[in-house]
Write a protein that binds this ligand. Structure first.
Ligand code: ZN
Length: 328
């Protein structure tokens, strides 16, 4: 089934034989080390379904990590074997599907990927409380053209909500520089609080309405909610309605969620009237093969028109990023 979906996505992206596929903007690519999710190879289910339960007789960390080595699904995808393999295979996917990608990671890693594919990479800088980047350093990167998006901001993994006073200088900087901001709100890996290193993760911080005071204090902030705030569809709709400048991306939920659940979330946002503020994201992390599965999840959505798919795969992001030639 998975192979069929990938083949269909490839076909529809490729269009007429020989022509370049219609362009895609991925708002959620990562330039990571191959060991970022644990020593390779590690697997992710694309998709999960059903999600595994945790046996409390086993030590918490052991059972959480078992999902990465013995994926509980019919369609696991395996991580790249080393850093070069991850970069080369991710960039090959960008070429194959004609993708330009907002890419987050450490400044050094993103610069390496950008050097290898200057036309494909829009540089971001990702961090959380553990690897906090000083505001002065962000200014410097911006001045050198190495910072076009601030994010992925991963404070949810530190148990820190967006309204925390320690984050205020970052919101102020993004507003001052007029640089878009990408914030993680939504799922970590299944059972995140029991995964070593992620004990501070709290699902409750996925609530998109936690952004409300930040947005009101910084009305010029150009912010998108990564993972579209899944599974908090009602509060996501509430935020989009009250704060018309906010966009979302579909990162990770488009390949790890059972397809019906991803489509239900996407359909809810589209039918609520926000189809022009949803942007495609892969969130491939250490799994380049996730990219075609993520594209297929949009291409195969039976409730989307061809124009709505184009909006999500490209046009909304072009408008949000104010790329030259973007449609209003
Ligand atoms: Zn994320």
């Amino acid at each position: 089934m998975l192979r069929i979906l990938i083949a269909i996505a490839a076909l529809s992206s490729a269009g007429i034989a020989g022509a370049a596929p219609a362009p895609i903007i991925d708002m959620h690519l990562h330039a990571l080390q191959a060991a970022d999710q644990g020593p390779p190879p590690v697997a992710v289910c694309a998709p999960y379904g059903p999600f595994p339960s945790r046996d409390t007789r086993l030590e918490a960390a052991t059972s959480a990590m078992a999902f990465f080595k013995q994926p509980p699904c019919a369609h696991p995808i395996w991580s790249a074997k080393d850093d070069d393999d991850l970069r080369q295979r991710s960039l090959a996917m960008l070429d194959c599907y004609n993708i330009t990608a907002v890419t987050s990671g450490s400044p050094e890693m993103v610069a390496r990927w950008q050097k290898a594919a200057p036309d494909r990479i829009i540089p971001g800088v990702g961090f959380g409380m553990g690897d906090l980047i000083p505001v002065a350093r962000l200014r410097e990167l911006h001045a050198r053209g190495q910072l076009q998006v601030i994010g992925e901001l991963a404070f949810q993994y530190d148990g820190v909500g967006p309204d925390d006073p320690r984050l205020e200088p970052y919101w102020a900087l993004a507003e001052e520089l007029d640089v878009p901001v990408a914030i993680h709100m939504g799922p970590g890996p299944p059972g995140a609080p029991y995964v070593p290193g992620l004990a501070a993760y709290r699902m409750a911080l996925s609530n998109p309405l936690l952004l409300e005071n930040v947005l009101v204090r910084h009305p010029k902030l150009r912010l998108y909610v990564m993972h579209a705030g899944w599974p908090m569809a009602d509060t996501m709709v509430a935020l989009l309605y009250a704060h018309p400048q906010v966009y979302v991306d579909t990162g990770v939920i488009d390949y790890v969620l059972p397809r019906a659940e991803f489509h239900r979330h996407l359909q809810r946002l589209v039918e609520a009237g926000f189809g022009r503020r949803i942007m495609f994201g892969s969130d491939q992390m250490v799994w380049p093969d996730a990219i075609p599965v993520a594209i297929a999840a949009i291409e195969m959505a039976p409730f989307l028109s061809a124009a709505q798919k184009r909006d999500i795969l490209h046009d909304n992001a072009a408008r949000f990023l104010r790329l030259p030639g973007a449609l209003e």
